[in-house]
Ligand binder design. Structure first.
Ligand code: PLP
Length: 432
């Protein structure tokens, strides 16, 4: 979501004038019509400036990795295994990497065989491939309210009808899920799958309570509804052991998605899917048609990292680092936010979901926040229907704790100002 502007040199200038009108506008496929740039994209270009405290993008703090060690490892990989690392491979992914992935998933009590895994370009590609093989235009996909913006984008690009299901502080509400399934069936349709982020949710920061997990699986099993369990943050919990994955209790009813973006490096773009056999075959075929195969170099880098480095220790270090940043965020919010603000208290991951006082619109407020040198993501991005304007996602993974405190201080002042404007001039003040 972070967008870097890059200077264009004279040599790179296009030779013809940029077209103001798209001459191909009538020729795009219907699914491309809905692909529009986010209206807040321009603001994010500004948010990347150093004077702004960005609580917006969801980037991991990769600078905490021992970069010199990783660099040496990559050099040795090319020297020792270059003929493999620089070659094509199978669309299912490197067998050695898939073995190591089984070790990672064992931490969440998943017992899987390497053959059950399909390597993907981050878990984002798995979302795209799943939508590609399951979604026809108008098909219903159930997602949490709010939901991960990249999943909404992937599903929308296949013209899914996205139906949100309510959450509370314990994650997805089983009764709301049962109700959404009933309503979908009553409308003469069947949902294709439930997409859920059970641990340290993006953007809501909540975790699906252990007591709810069996109920959710049970409801889906009875309805014949496939569960897509997206779990980028599961190993980044701040208290105790990782939660048992949904996939650990239902190998046939759950497609599990994992990624190395948050536990190693987002830039290697390596993730994976574990799926029942028939779905797995379709995923491999879809991946083949999309990219032939994934980067051997990236896959072998991760395989080498998992085989030769103390990756469990590194995850512990990441956990401590993010815990400190979470604490700084919660402390600053408690000390500085004006009355009427409420927020979640994440037990892991990267995000706090902030509810603004009644009448305050996070999207309308964003330009004023940027002027005050703080950025966040307005809640509207996390709802397919554009609701969520009273919410903001704060991401604490990247700024240092003192910068987080400063960012929250600036944000609190902006909110106070909005509340004052609303009191003085009513909704016409432009906050709605
Ligand atoms: C919930 C969730 N799913 C999927 C992704 C995609 O991650 P990647 O493609 O880097 O694995 C993200 C990234 O932030 C995420 O938060």
């Amino acid at each position: 979501m972070r967008i870097q502007e890059k200077a264009v040199t004279a040599e790179q200038q296009p030779t013809s004038q940029p077209q103001r009108i798209d001459r191909y506008v009538g020729q795009y496929a219907e699914r491309a019509v809905g692909m529009v740039a986010s209206e807040i994209r321009a603001l994010f270009a500004v948010a990347a400036r150093p004077e702004i405290v960005s609580l917006a993008g969801g980037s991991p703090y990769v600078a905490a990795l021992p970069l010199d060690v990783v660099g040496g490892m990559v050099g040795k990989l090319v020297a020792d295994h270059g003929a493999q690392a620089l070659q094509y491979c199978t669309a299912q992914g490197d067998a050695g990497l898939r073995e190591r992935i089984c070790d990672v998933m064992a931490l969440e009590e998943i017992k899987a065989h390497p053959d059950e895994i399909v390597v993907t370009v981050g878990s984002q590609q798995a979302l795209d491939l799943l939508a590609r093989i399951f979604v026809d235009p108008g098909d219903v996909v159930l997602v949490e309210a709010p939901s991960y913006v990249g999943a909404l984008g992937a599903f929308a690009s296949y013209q899914a009808d996205i139906v949100h299901v309510a959450m509370d502080d314990d994650g997805l509400i089983p009764e709301a899920l049962a109700d959404a399934i009933r309503r979908t069936e009553a409308s003469g349709r069947r949902a294709k799958f439930l997409y859920t982020v059970p641990n340290f949710h993006n953007p809501a920061g909540v975790t699906l309570a252990a007591a709810r997990r069996h109920r959710i699986l049970d409801i889906c099993r009875r309805a014949g509804l496939l569960v897509v369990e997206d779990n980028p943050y599961g190993l980044l919990g701040f208290d105790g052991e990782p939660m048992r994955a949904l996939r650990a209790d239902d190998a046939e009813g759950v497609v599990y998605l994992g990624t190395f973006s948050k536990t190693f490096a987002a830039g290697v773009r390596v993730g994976w899917a574990v799926a029942p056999a028939a779905i797995r075959e379709k995923l491999i075929l879809a991946a083949e048609s999309a990219v032939l195969c994934h980067s051997s170099f990236a896959q072998l880098t991760v395989r080498e990292y998992l085989s030769t480095q103390s990756w469990r220790e590194q995850i512990k270090d990441f956990r401590e680092l993010y815990r400190e940043r979470r604490d700084a965020t919660l402390e600053a919010l408690a000390g500085m936010m004006p009355p009427g603000c409420h927020w979640t208290r994440p037990a892991g991951g990267f995000y706090v979901w902030l509810r603004l006082p009644d009448g305050i619109n996070a999207k309308a407020m964003l330009p004023r926040a940027i002027s005050s040198r703080v950025a966040y993501v307005p809640g509207t991005g996390f709802y397919a229907d554009g609701s969520g304007s009273q919410f903001a996602r704060l991401c604490y993974s990247l700024p240092a704790p003192d910068r987080i405190a400063e960012g929250v201080r600036r944000l609190a002042a902006v909110i106070e100002n909005e509340v004052q404007l609303l009191e003085d001039f009513g909704p016409a003040a432009g906050t709605r």
